[in-house]
Design a protein. Structure first.
Length: 138
C-alpha cells in the first residue's frame, strides 16, 4: 500500500505492523485467589523439634463460600514417626495413615474461616513433616 503525501512529496510505504491479540477476561478476578480443589485446605507447620521428637500444628481453612460443617484431615506419617498426643481434633492412626476429624467445638467454619489443631510426636531418625495433607468434609 502506498501513501501519497501532499503534492510535490515522495510516496512512503508504511512500516511493519504488529497484529493485536484480542484481550480475554481473566479467569480469576484480579486480587482473588483461585478456589482450592476441595472444600478445605490443611497446612502443617512444625513448631518445635528436639532429639527424638517434635511439636506441630495443622491449620484447617474453609475454602468454600458456604459454612463448612465438619472436616477431616489425612496424611501419611514419615517413616519412624508416631503421634503421642493430639489436641483440637479426634485422632485415628492405622499403620502410618493418620486421620484427624474435627472436635465437637471446631467443626463449623465460616467461609475463609480456620481452626488449628496441635500434636506432639516422636521420631526415630528424621522429624521431617509429611509431604501431603488432604482435607475433606465428611
Amino acid at each position: 500500500m502506498l501513501r501519497f503525501p501532499p503534492v510535490g512529496g515522495t510516496p512512503t510505504t508504511p512500516g511493519p505492523t504488529t497484529p493485536t491479540q484480542p484481550t480475554l477476561p481473566p479467569t480469576t478476578p484480579p486480587g482473588t485467589t483461585p478456589p482450592a480443589s476441595g472444600p478445605c485446605t490443611a497446612t502443617y507447620r512444625q513448631v518445635n523439634q528436639w532429639q527424638g521428637g517434635f511439636q506441630a500444628e495443622v491449620t484447617v481453612r474453609n475454602a468454600t463460600t458456604a459454612t463448612l460443617n465438619g472436616w477431616t484431615v489425612r496424611w501419611t506419617l514419615p517413616s519412624g514417626q508416631t503421634i503421642n498426643q493430639l489436641w483440637g481434633g479426634t485422632l485415628t492412626v492405622s499403620g502410618s495413615s493418620v486421620t484427624v476429624r474435627n472436635a465437637s467445638w471446631n467443626g463449623s467454619l465460616p467461609p475463609n474461616g480456620s481452626t488449628t489443631f496441635g500434636l506432639i510426636g516422636s521420631a526415630t531418625g528424621t522429624t521431617d513433616p509429611p509431604t501431603t495433607l488432604t482435607c475433606t468434609s465428611p
